[in-house]
Design a protein around this ligand. Structure first.
Ligand SMILES: NC(=O)c1ccc[n+]([C@@H]2O[C@H](COP(=O)([O-])OP(=O)(O)OC[C@H]3O[C@@H](n4cnc5c(N)ncnc54)[C@H](OP(=O)(O)O)[C@@H]3O)[C@@H](O)[C@H]2O)c1
Length: 332
């Protein structure tokens, strides 16, 4: 262990940085946020002043050129994750990049190779995995507390009322599956503890552009099925539900539960509910602390870029299915 703190910089004035990840870095026990960059120097300066960040830059490259920055947080639009992650690792920066890590599995693997070639760490910022409740559910699954898992349901929807949001832009990697459905795919694969062999999906595309709503299914070997839905046009719902041979578990407010104490709803085979209380936590802070700890102590990251590539493989297959009237698509 070391008392040294990781020096972070953030590229862009993205809302998720402002709202959750930048404050988490500032509150973390082993990191400090030294700089923010924006395409617009004035915007970067105002953002830095407002957030108490000591340095601002008028270009992302200027931040990457700063030798006092060890790690970069990348919350750019999805289509820019690959380019700026690779530019950062080539400057020797460790990088925490927003979900989904890239537009497809091939990009994820290219980013992984670049990080490895430059001897730096790269992780996808799926923060829900660091929440104590997610870890407890995974432990319950590993210990077979509801028997053999046979079915997984998940949903992530919300109403996106900003017409110029990056999520409506296909060129920027928008769409419901890319934005929130990716959590459903991630939690399904994580709970299943294996990869699906085939998928199918149906979607409503907005004016021939991005999917604003999708429903889909994943088939795993030995009959485990998962189904999910996601949307940018519905009331907010975040839930997953896993059904085993000996009961079922339901998780409400599944992905962004806030910092209050939360509950795991565990039902027995007769549908009797036993709520299990789990102390809350800031999943963003737990994520950045894990990342910083891995960098500072040269330890392993819990989630690899290859894990992100496998998630993208499934997402790619779902888009192929949705664009072909729901045909079944094999996941390589
Ligand atoms: N983990 C989570 O909880 C979570 C939640 C929300 C979003 N996200 C992810 O975080 C990323 C950003 O999402 P967000 O909602 O925070 O986005 P956002 O507020 O729209 O921010 C994106 C930033 O990227 C920069 N940018 C560079 N080129 C751009 C372009 N062509 N169009 C628009 N912006 C451009 C802009 O910063 P400058 O103008 O300062 O350069 C902009 O502020 C996405 O990958 C998203 O999936 C994660």
């Amino acid at each position: 262990m070391t008392d040294r703190k990781l020096s972070w910089g953030v590229i862009s004035t993205a809302k998720i940085g402002q709202r959750a990840v930048n404050p988490a870095i500032q509150a973390s026990s082993n990191g400090e946020l030294l700089a923010v960059a924006s395409r617009d120097a004035g915007k970067a300066r105002a953002f830095a002043e407002e957030a108490g960040i000591p340095t601002s830059y008028g270009s992302y490259q200027a931040l990457l050129d700063d030798p006092s920055i060890d790690a970069v947080y990348n919350p750019l639009p999805n289509s820019l994750h690959r380019e700026w992650t690779i530019r950062a690792v080539e400057q020797g920066k460790h990088i925490l990049c927003e979900k989904p890590l890239a537009l497809d599995a091939a990009e994820c693997r290219e980013m992984e190779a670049a990080a490895a070639a430059n001897g730096v760490k790269l992780m996808e910022a799926f923060m829900y995995r660091f929440h104590p409740r997610t870890e407890r559910v995974l432990e319950m699954v590993r210990e077979g507390e509801v028997g053999d898992i046979r079915q997984i349901r998940s949903s992530f929807t919300f109403p996106l009322d900003r017409p110029d949001d990056i999520r409506w832009d296909r060129e920027l990697g928008g769409g419901a599956l890319m934005d929130v459905g990716c959590y459903c795919i991630n939690v399904s694969r994580t709970l299943a503890r294996r990869e699906p062999v085939e998928v199918r999906a149906m979607a409503n595309f907005r004016d021939g552009g991005v999917d604003q709503q999708m429903a889909g299914s994943l088939r795993f070997e030995d009959g485990l099925l998962a189904h999910f839905d996601c949307a940018l046009t519905m009331d907010r719902t975040e839930v997953y539900h896993l059904l085993g041979t000996d009961g079922h578990i339901r998780i409400l407010d599944a992905f962004v539960p806030g910092t209050e104490d939360v509950v795991i709803e565990r039902f027995d085979a007769e549908d009797n509910l036993t709520p299990i209380s789990v102390p809350g936590g800031d999943e963003y802070r737990l994520m950045v602390e894990h990342f910083a700890d891995a960098v500072l102590n040269d330890g392993p990251l819990r989630y690899s870029p290859e894990e992100a590539a496998l998630n993208m493989k499934v997402i790619e297959a779902l888009y192929e299915s949705a664009r072909n009237e729901g045909e079944v698509v094999a996941v390589d």
